[in-house]
Design a protein around this ligand. Structure first.
Ligand SMILES: [Fe+2]
Length: 367
């Protein structure tokens, strides 16, 4: 087996893993806790973390201003808050938005002389050390260096990453933090994680090791997605399986990045409010069909790993996305311009051109 893998995150998992690994939190004297408004508190994670910090004599400040699709300016303000508090470490608790914001805030805190957009290009001082604690099973952000930020006033997402600085020192995976998520939200998160697996599996950057993680995650997530029904109550065991599968998906895209459903979906999320996972999933029929033309054997290997027929997979993932929007030609042209500026639309065996991007949007949404 020929592979290479860089995974510097120390992952701790299982029930009460925060409490059981308390000494890992001793990365500084003052922590900035980066969270959304409610989730980190409501699921119990924030209280467990602050109890550990108290026991270690580490002070903390809570920055709970992270909404969905975090703005670069809000992360910059978080960096300012970290600096003002004298924080020397950052703990992100939440879904992808809070964890991605934590990575950006850890960079801004050490580089306040930069304007928000300069974080992408300017030379930076080292970020503050980061700990990440997911409270959803979707993004896998806890094990990759990507921070997807929304640029202020531009309806556009741009990924910040620093291959040496944006990884967490530790990630803690405890499924109890995901127990109270609604069935609808759990499904959308699972669709995102499934997209990570499939797009990683087919990526030209994948190797045998990353495909083991991607294939495992895709099988587990697909089985949940296919069988999910409204109002379903999930057991702790299922929640744990989904959390670990989303982490496996994160390890896979850490190697490969994502493919074109992501940039096509970002437009729907930013302008139509469609949740990220659903916005990626609606493109799955198109994504798999195009790639079958360029790499039929690889697609068959993915379907075998999932344990289902390709046509079934396309139909199930699209149907479970639940996306029903209408677009006009003018909007489609605007969307295509934004997709073109994202590098990852090229990250699959079949590289769609501008015309094909527009055709995909037309087939799905022009009525
Ligand atoms: Fe994603």
């Amino acid at each position: 087996m020929n592979f290479s893998m860089y995974m510097p995150v120390d992952i701790r998992s299982g029930e009460d893993c925060v409490k059981k690994n308390a000494s890992c939190f001793a990365l500084g004297k003052h922590a900035l806790l980066v969270t959304g408004r409610h989730a980190a508190k409501a699921c119990g994670a924030q209280d467990e973390v602050t109890a550990v910090l108290d026991s270690l004599g580490i002070a903390y400040t809570v920055y709970d201003k992270i909404g969905e699709n975090p703005l670069a300016s809000v992360c910059y303000a978080g960096g300012q808050a970290a600096h003002d508090a004298g924080a020397d470490m950052v703990i992100g608790i939440g879904g992808g938005s809070a964890m991605d914001a934590a990575k950006a805030i850890a960079a801004y805190a050490a580089n306040l002389a930069l304007a928000p957009e300069e974080i992408y290009t300017a030379e930076r001082k080292p970020s503050l050390p980061i700990i990440l604690i997911p409270t959803t099973a979707g993004t896998g952000s806890e094990v990759n260096p990507y921070a997807v930020l929304t640029l202020d006033g531009q309806d556009k997402k741009k990924t910040f990453t620093d291959k040496t600085q944006s990884y967490a020192k530790y990630a803690f995976l405890d499924a109890k933090y995901t127990m109270s998520l609604s069935e609808k939200y759990t499904l959308s998160c699972a669709l995102d994680a499934f997209a990570h697996c499939a797009e990683s599996y087919l990526s030209p950057k994948a190797d045998e090791a990353s495909r083991i993680f991607a294939g495992y995650g895709a099988r587990v997530l697909y089985a949940y997605i296919r069988d999910s029904v409204p109002g379903q109550v999930l057991t702790r065991e299922t929640r744990e399986t989904l959390l670990y599968a989303s982490c496996a998906a994160g390890i896979a895209i850490n190697k490969t990045g994502t493919g074109f459903p992501h940039p096509l979906g970002y437009n729907l999320t930013l302008t139509r409010g469609i949740p990220h996972g659903s916005a990626c999933a609606v493109f799955y029929g198109e994504y798999l069909s195009y790639n079958e033309k360029a790499a039929p054997a690889l697609c068959r290997a993915l379907y075998d790993a999932i344990g289902a027929d390709g046509e079934e997979i396309k139909a199930v993932i699209k149907e479970k996305s639940g996306v029903d929007v209408t677009l006009d030609e003018e909007t489609i042209a605007r969307y295509v311009e934004k997709v073109k500026s994202a590098g990852n639309y090229k990250n699959s065996p079949y590289v769609i051109n501008e015309q094909e991007m527009a055709d995909i949007y037309r087939r799905l949404f022009l009525k």
